[in-house]
Design a protein around this ligand. Structure first.
Ligand SMILES: Cc1cc2nc3c(=O)[nH]c(=O)nc-3n(C[C@H](O)[C@H](O)[C@H](O)COP(=O)(O)OP(=O)(O)OC[C@H]3O[C@@H](n4cnc5c(N)ncnc54)[C@H](O)[C@@H]3O)c2cc1C
Ligand code: SF4
Length: 504
């Protein structure tokens, strides 16, 4: 039976016997672990949304011929990409955290074109293998994790130059049945909550890095995989009695380190094996999709704006001019992120394999805004919230017969507001700006899909300074030299080579 609801999904994770370490101990059943469960609930919402809002979160697939969850769909139009963004914003609004399913979605879509173009060049069979894998995942409605980021060791060196080759996942053995890989992947979003993991290279590779040019799908419970759970600030609050101190008790994100110790991948699940020159194409297409997927953060921004407006109201200052202006500014920043993401999706084009790819420049602008604006939204939400945000006593003090009545007396806001509700909204702002979900709202916004400099490099590559300089010179009536060469410095010549002369 395919997985349909969130509840089905949660049951599908039971009994897999994953080797997961948390606080130095093996976890028996992650599904029942109070620290892990909120992250599972967030993924479950991607199933429940598909039941409640079929037009938004499901779509007809030309691969399996079925109506499938949008996270498993290969996009075939600009509208498909736009609807991905709308679904991501909605899920951000519903969970207030990272719902963990987009890395796999963006990996499948980027591999669709890259495997096709590898086959075209090398007469390999990768595309057909990938389509079979996608069909299986769509039919069973599975969660696919995307494992790209290697530990990387010394960042000034490439994979083959590292002292320890395990700093990047690599092939250690090949036989007639498949390949065997070693290494690790860091910061893996939702890996423990996934059914399958797609392993991919993390950067452009050289010929000497061929053994690191490997893409393959492994079941999350494959022998040889160890997970070490990542800590999030205030995460143990979800292990305490009561929900109030958590701020968002139901939902959280999840990251873990994955270690691969001689993990076997059969040939039918191998989608790249040594074609090092296609690693750059894969990373660029993946980040192109994924950097616009970060409109997910506008859903979280909506929650934070709502929380800031609510606490202002509870405090009795909803109409004060600077508060209203800060809420306008928060909204302006949030919508600026969305504008770039959705524009990138609209401005998409078909590739040879039939999949559509969104606009790279606008995707990078979207993600670059995400590395900054949520921090600014967080700053303004904290401003509006007041200092109680960080000095609020615990739920246990609130329930204590001696201190409870004192807190109810002295933590009152405006007349008619329940003190407990005031505490709840403050805890939510704390959760999103410095607690558990600040991982998803702030630091993931900074580093996920590449740190800020990675976007600046892509923006510099595509900024078309040559073309823009020509526009300016035309209007200023500056002519090329006698041989028709534009007059510019050597530095500009280098920039033009990267940025191009033409408006493309
Ligand atoms: C919450 C979270 C979730 C994530 N989820 C996933 C996931 O699901 N799958 C996945 O594959 N990855 C995931 N990532 C990884 C993410 O893509 C990386 O964090 C990001 O690419 C940065 O790599 P790093 O963390 O190793 O930082 P570092 O490489 O250590 O970078 C730190 C700083 O050094 C700079 N730097 C590094 N190397 C160089 C260099 N050679 N030259 C100049 N400057 C350099 C960077 O620009 C940055 O400013 C996630 C990250 C986070 C934080
Ligand atoms: S950070 Fe956003 S885009 Fe990435 S997996 Fe989480 S919800 Fe999806």
């Amino acid at each position: 039976m395919p997985i349909r609801t969130g509840e089905d999904y949660i049951e599908s994770l039971r009994g897999r016997n994953l080797k997961i370490y948390l606080f130095g101990e093996l976890v028996k059943e992650p599904v029942d672990h109070p620290l892990i469960r909120p992250s599972i609930n967030a993924v479950a919402e991607t199933y429940d949304l598909a039941v409640r809002e079929q037009d938004l979160a499901t779509v007809e697939s030309s691969i399996s011929g079925q109506r499938v969850n949008r996270f498993l769909h290969i996009v075939q139009s600009a509208e498909d990409l736009v609807l991905q963004n709308k679904m991501q914003r909605k899920l951000g609004q519903n969970t207030g955290t990272c719902f963990q399913r987009c890395v796999g979605m963006d990996a499948l879509n980027s591999l669709h074109s890259v495997t096709y173009e590898m086959d075209e060049k090398y007469k390999t069979n990768y595309h057909k293998r990938l389509l079979d894998f996608i069909k299986m995942a769509q039919t069973e409605n599975l969660i696919i994790g995307g494992a790209m980021t290697d530990p990387k060791g010394d960042r000034s060196k490439g994979p083959h130059e590292q002292e320890d080759p395990d700093m990047f996942v690599h092939v250690v053995e090949k036989n007639d049945k498949g390949i065997i890989i070693n290494g690790a992947k860091a910061h893996q979003t939702g890996c423990i909550n996934s059914h399958w993991i797609i392993v991919m290279p993390t950067m452009r590779l050289a010929e000497a890095d061929a053994e690191f040019a490997v893409v393959g799908a492994v079941p999350a419970d494959a022998p040889g995989i160890t997970y070490i759970y990542g800590r999030q600030s205030c995460d143990t609050r979800s292990m305490e009695e009561g929900d109030l101190d958590s701020g968002n008790a139901k939902y959280s994100g999840q990251e873990a380190m994955m270690i691969f110790d001689h993990v076997f991948i059969p040939w039918e699940k191998v989608f790249m094996n040594g074609e090092y020159e296609f690693a750059a194409m894969l990373v660029e297409r993946f980040t192109c999709y994924h950097r616009r997927s970060y409109v997910c953060k506008t859903g979280l921004g909506d929650v934070l704006i709502g929380a800031a407006a609510t606490i202002a109201d509870y405090n009795g200052v909803p109409n004060v001019s600077h508060i209203k202006d800060k809420l306008v500014e928060m909204t302006h920043l949030n919508e600026s992120i969305y504008a770039a993401g959705i524009a990138s999706s609209y401005q998409s084009r078909p590739l040879k394999s039939g999949v559509w790819l969104n606009d790279d420049m606008l995707a990078n602008v979207c993600k670059h805004n995400v590395t900054r604006f949520p921090y600014e939204l967080g700053r303004m939400a904290q401003d509006i919230a007041g200092g109680l945000l960080v000095t609020l006593p615990s739920e246990k003090d609130f329930r204590n017969p001696e201190t409870g009545p004192l807190l109810k007396k002295y933590l009152r806001g405006r007349k008619g507001v329940d003190v407990e509700n005031r505490m709840k909204i403050l805890r939510l702002i704390e959760n999103m700006t410095m607690g558990r979900n600040a991982v998803g709202y702030l630091t993931e916004s900074m580093h996920g899909a590449g740190s800020p400099q990675a976007q600046r490099i892509q923006i510099a590559r595509q900024m078309q300074l040559g073309y823009k300089s020509k526009l300016a010179k035309n209007l200023a009536n500056i002519k090329d030299d006698e041989e028709g060469r534009p007059e510019h410095s050597e530095y500009f010549e280098r920039v033009f080579k990267i940025g191009g002369y033409e408006n493309n």
